[in-house]
Design a protein around this ligand. Structure first.
Ligand code: BV8
Ligand code: ZN
Length: 238
């Protein structure tokens, strides 16, 4: 297929490739995306649950949503898309993976140079003290979980709407976008900022932008090459 051959050619000659991934890269692992038809949770929109206000209003409800997602993710295995990106890291010493996902599947697949723009669903932080832990238990002992140090309510260590991205992580991803010669945009609707703008910044600085997505997205217009298809399926052929 033309797109796959072209991507192969671009990857071969790339010295500074980066990839920006979204929920679509985990879809073939059985994890529902946010805005897809599979819809994630009852009749709530993620934007109504993934906010500090929602958590302040009803920490138990928000934690039920995260606990539900942790259960799905705990069953999920990395797919060919995750594996491809982990192998690419071995081939290309200057490759970096920038993900919006919080499921940790890139690391499970072996990726090490990963920047998690929106945090990680397996990490919890205290709302009242600096305690910050990884807790893989499914289900968690209590909802909402309490801090072992001060007894306050713990929250998922993820970035909610209206919250700043981890400073160092975003600054580094911005710099990587500026120095990229190839910028892959895989499985994201491009609906969320400032993550989506990394692709624009890469393009502005001369990178070739390649999108892999079964549908058009807000970043299709930025892409030099748009490969229509499922990322696991497509990348298994590259
Ligand atoms: C901030 C973590 C400022 C939690 C998430 C108006 C206009 C523009 C922007 C804004 C606005 N109003 C507010 C904003 C800013 C806001 C924003 O972008 N809102 C959007 C919704 C309009 N952004 C923020 O609030 C950010 N913070 O701006 O802070 C600031 C600065 C300083 C100080 C204080 C504040 C924080 C954003 C982070 C929010 N957290 N998640 C959690 O996961 O629970 S976002 C959430 O959406 C996930 O992280 C997800 O990754 C992300 C993006 O979604 P996608 O990954 O793209 O997933 P989606 O379902 O949308 O799309 C899936 C795609 O996959 C589809 O295209 C589909 O076709 C494709 N697909 C399906 N199957 C496959 C596939 N692709 C390949 N293969 C397949 N098999
Ligand atoms: Zn505490």
């Amino acid at each position: 297929m033309k797109g796959v051959d072209e991507l192969q050619r671009l990857l071969k000659k790339s010295k500074r490739p980066r990839a920006l991934t979204g929920a679509g890269v985990s879809a073939e692992s059985g994890i529902p995306t946010f805005r897809g038809p599979g819809g994630l949770w009852r009749n709530f929109r993620p934007q109504d649950l993934a906010t500090p206000e929602a958590f302040a209003r009803d920490p138990k409800l928000v934690w039920e949503w995260y606990s539900f997602r942790r259960e799905i993710i705990a069953q999920a295995k990395p797919n060919a898309g995750h594996t491809f990106l982990a192998l690419l890291e071995n081939e290309k010493p200057d490759f970096w993976l920038i993900t919006q996902n919080v499921d940790g599947l890139h690391q499970d697949a072996g990726s090490r140079r990963v920047l998690e723009l929106h945090g990680n669903i397996w990490r919890l932080r205290c709302t009242a003290c600096p305690k910050y832990v990884e807790d893989l238990r499914v289900p968690l002992a209590t909802l909402p979980p309490k801090c072992g140090a001060c007894g306050a309510v713990m929250r998922p260590a993820v970035v909610w709407f209206g919250e700043a991205l981890p400073e160092g992580t975003f600054a580094k991803s911005w710099e990587l976008a500026q120095t990229a010669d190839l910028f892959l945009v895989i499985g994201t609707s491009g609906a969320v900022e400032p993550a989506a703008s990394l692709a624009r910044e890469a393009k502005k600085n001369g990178a070739v932008v390649v999108e892999i997505n079964p549908e058009a997205s807000a970043l299709t217009g930025v892409a030099d090459l748009s490969i229509k298809g499922e990322s696991g399926e497509i990348l298994s052929r590259v």
